[in-house]
Design a protein around this ligand. Structure first.
Ligand code: AMP
Ligand code: GLY
Length: 423
């Protein structure tokens, strides 16, 4: 098969690596890709939002399957454009990707179908939002409805802060049209778990659990980022939690989407919070997590192309999805100053060392090939993943692996996976 992957981050590198393991993969392309993905795929200089150009390229090259890694093209309708041209593509259509694309939609869906989530109200009028806040309990959570690079969520401790939040999201349009509608939501506490799943419209098969670390600094301090590291599985995702989610959340979501005439095929990423009153859905995403994919895919036993084709064909019930009985930890190596401001263009040394080490992976997020060699080209630069027989071993291996690569202004958290000591 000829496969095209759409995206350019660590997640797409992990997908490309996994696709390259498949005996079915004959040739892999990635648009636009990055310097690390080039090891497995031919990178093509077409942007992820250039749907027509991508589809023309797929037709020209006789691509058998396109896998879309990123949220923006999915929410923008890339799958519909490919399908209209008779191209096989993995991901939800626009009318189903709304599960991630609109938080107001996903909250209303959960309410209508009794899927456990935080209490909320949706607002498209800032005056009504402000009036509601006058009698609200704090802390409270404000969410821009649309995609906002994971930054559209504000946790407000006081009325004053919340008023500023309404001003910036709905009036100053800090996140653009994503803030035309806003969700105001009850603040919950508990541990967070990410559960990714394959969905074929009817059947859902969940993958092994993972946990992200969103804040920039150790001890969950500092600003929110795209994710500074992950581990898998989560020791807090017990059998009891799994059973609850199977009964009340996973299949219920897939069935709800089908009932709404929005059949979902692709990946559903459940962002869960394990509260005192049981698991609650924090958010849905319509694609693999980044950097969750970097710990989940290395532990997956199946041929990813077989699973993806089963999703498209509606035969996922025949797949026995299996994961290794071990653990993986990913530490993100960022540029000092991320997520605010940082320098780029520093040469990265030591990448070749990963080739010799089984169970160690280096996934590129923001890198570029130059005459000097591969250089830093983003806030998140690399995701260093290592496996181990259990979480502690995987964590020790991952922090050993972190030392294999060097670049100027290298920054990472020292406490990825620390939570496992409390399990
Ligand atoms: P989301 O994009 O909806 O996942 O929100 C980003 C992050 O904000 C989550 O990973 C949580 O850490 C936090 N968050 C979102 N909603 C809530 C909530 N209702 N209560 C507490 N924290 C929340
Ligand atoms: N790691 C969180 C996300 O991919 O949205």
């Amino acid at each position: 098969m000829k496969v095209l992957i759409v995206g350019s981050g660590g997640r797409e590198h992990a997908i490309a690596w996994k696709v390259a393991q498949s005996p079915k993969a004959e040739k892999i392309y990635c648009a636009p890709g990055n310097a690390g993905i080039e090891e497995y795929a031919q990178c093509v200089d077409i942007g992820a939002m250039e749907f027509e150009k991508l589809a023309d390229f797929a037709q020209e090259k006789g691509i058998d399957l396109t896998i879309v890694g990123m949220d923006d093209p999915l929410v923008g309708g890339i799958v519909d454009v490919f399908e209209a041209k008779g191209l096989k593509v993995f991901g939800p259509r626009k009318n189903a990707a709304i599960l991630e694309g609109s938080k107001a939609f996903s909250k209303d869906l959960m309410k209508k179908y009794g899927i456990p989530t935080a209490a909320y109200e949706n607002f498209d009028d800032p005056k009504a939002a402000l009036a509601y806040l006058e009698q609200a309990k704090f802390p409270i959570v404000l969410k821009a409805d649309g995609l906002a690079l994971g930054k559209g969520v504000l946790i407000c401790d006081s009325l004053e802060e919340a008023k500023e939040g309404v001003q910036s999201i709905m009036m100053d349009k800090k996140f653009g049209s994503a803030g035309n509608t806003m969700v105001i939501e009850e603040f919950m506490t508990g541990r967070e778990v990410s559960v990714l799943s394959f969905v074929d419209g009817k059947t859902i098969k969940t993958m092994t659990s993972a946990q992200d670390h969103k804040r920039a600094q150790d001890g969950d301090q500092g600003l929110n980022t795209g994710g500074m590291g992950t581990f898998s599985p989560s020791p807090f995702y017990t059998e009891e939690v799994d059973e609850f989610c199977r009964r009340h959340i996973y299949q219920a979501t897939v069935d709800a989407m089908a009932k709404e005439g929005r059949e979902f095929k692709g990946i559903i990423f459940f962002g869960l919070m394990l509260t005192e009153n049981g698991p609650r859905v924090l958010e849905y995403n319509a694609r693999f997590g980044d950097p969750e994919a970097q710990v989940v895919l290395p532990r997956m036993k199946n041929d990813i192309l077989e699973v993806v084709e089963a999703c498209i064909d509606g035969t996922l019930d025949q797949i026995d999805l299996q994961f290794e009985d071990n653990a993986a930890v990913c530490v993100v190596l960022a540029s000092k100053g991320y997520p605010v401001s940082y320098e780029k263009g520093f040469v990265i040394h030591g990448l070749e060392k990963f080739k010799e080490k089984d169970g160690y992976y280096v996934f590129h997020a923001g890198t570029k090939k130059t005459e000097k060699g591969i250089v830093t080209n983003g806030g998140r630069v690399l995701g260093v993943t290592a496996k181990g027989e259990d979480l502690k071993a995987a964590r020790a291996n991952a922090y050993e692996a972190v030392k294999l690569v060097e670049f100027e202004n290298k920054y990472y958290r020292n406490d990825i996976g620390k939570a496992i000591d409390e399990a």
